[in-house]
Design a protein around this ligand. Structure first.
Ligand code: ADP
Ligand code: MN
Ligand code: MN
Ligand code: MN
Length: 356
């Protein structure tokens, strides 16, 4: 359909200064992304220039039918890789008409924590490794796996190349480029241990922006898999048995950890995380118990551990960090289906604000 292709790529900026703003928000499950578009006068450079908007919360499981209006507040903007030009993606959070955050708005509390002067002074950085699985649209079985069967055992697939080892690379690479275009600080991608499972990393990103960027990167991936007619799964253990689960390892540092002698600050932070292990696990994703088994490069969900270069520990400190006695560490417990607003703010709350 050549004409349709021409029109979808139409640069309407040639004849008007109007732009399309795609307002994105998190739906009622806490994992589903929703979006709708509106015309505005452009260009727009800051979310504060954007109007509030609303949606029908009774259709997303976020409000009762008799009082269904939910208010969207623009919080972060990105360039739109689908419409290009001056068109934008707008990450929003959601409020009742009275101005209270609705229950699925985890950004509100996170922004409060990141706004605390002690936290601001520490300039917390995050690098989140988002793992995900691509599924065949109608059978919900991993992409290019034989329907009703399995590929050969794990081993050749991690960072693998070749038609029998790498399934879905065009989607992954399209997403990588689209994120860079949008202005997301995506730091890399790689094929994972389970075939049809992939990872992208967002970071380092400071404070609340890590959550904003990860959510918009997920949104872009949903849109690209939609075009490819492939289903995107963030299930922490999509295939039971001898197949790796999917996580969202969260790499973290503060200004003091990145400064000389930061290793002592890192050790104190890890100790505090250990004291609150149960609390953190409860916030680290639904179904994570199916993934954190102590096998497949995970630590058992019930025990907290840390180690240098240990991929079987809850927390891993890298060799470089040990050698330079400063740097960052990796919390390996978060599942692929985390809300990054919850996880990043909880880590900061425990390691910076909590005084045991
Ligand atoms: P892994 O070796 O566990 O696979 P990755 O390379 O996939 O790690 O991801 C590491 C992430 O940590 C990247 O997004 C990177 O940008 C981020 N990162 C690097 N330095 C820091 C730091 N000082 N603080 C927080 N995150 C960091
Ligand atoms: Mn990684
Ligand atoms: Mn990985
Ligand atoms: Mn990792």
């Amino acid at each position: 359909m050549p004409l349709l292709n021409d029109l979808i790529n139409l640069d309407f900026g040639e004849t008007t200064n109007k732009i399309i703003a795609e307002y994105i928000w998190i739906g009622g499950s806490g994992m589903d992304l929703r979006s709708k578009a509106r015309t505005l006068t452009g260009p727009v450079n800051d979310p504060s220039e954007l109007p509030l908007w609303n949606f029908d919360g009774s259709s997303t499981g976020q409000a009762p039918g008799d009082d269904s209006e939910v208010i969207l507040r623009p919080q972060a903007i990105f360039k739109d890789p689908f419409r290009r030009g001056n068109n934008i993606l707008v990450m929003c959070d959601a409020y009742t008409p009275a101005g209270d955050p609705i229950p699925t708005n985890k950004r509100f509390n996170a922004a409060k924590i990141f706004g605390h002067p002690d936290v601001v002074a520490e300039e917390p950085w995050f690098g989140i490794e988002q793992e995900y699985t691509l599924l065949q649209k109608h059978v919900k079985w991993p992409l290019d796996w034989p329907v009703g069967g399995f590929p050969g055992p794990q081993g050749p697939y991690y960072c693998g190349v070749g038609a029998d080892k790498s399934f879905g690379r065009d989607i992954v690479d399209s997403h990588y480029k689209a994120c860079l275009y949008a202005g997301i600080n995506i730091s890399g991608i790689n094929g994972e241990v389970m075939p049809a499972q992939w990872e992208f990393q967002v970071g380092p990103a400071t404070g609340i922006s890590a959550g904003d960027q990860l959510w918009v990167a997920r949104y872009i991936l949903e849109r690209i898999t939609e075009i490819a007619e492939v289903v995107l799964s963030f299930d922490p253990k999509p295939i039971p048995g001898d197949w790796n689960g999917a996580g969202a390892h969260t790499n973290y540092s503060t200004k003091s950890m990145r400064s000389d002698g930061g290793i002592d600050v890192i050790k104190k932070a890890i100790e505090k995380l250990g004291l609150r292990h149960k609390d953190h696990i409860a916030a680290y994703g639904e179904g994570n118990e199916r993934r954190l088994t102590g096998r497949h490069e995970t630590a058992d969900i019930h025990t907290f551990s840390w180690g240098v270069a240990n991929r079987g520990a809850s927390i891993r400190v890298g060799r470089d960090t040990e050698k330079e006695r400063k740097g960052y560490f990796e919390d390996r417990r978060p599942a692929s289906n985390i809300d990054p607003y919850i996880v990043t703010s909880k880590i900061v709350e425990t390691t910076i604000l909590w005084k045991p």
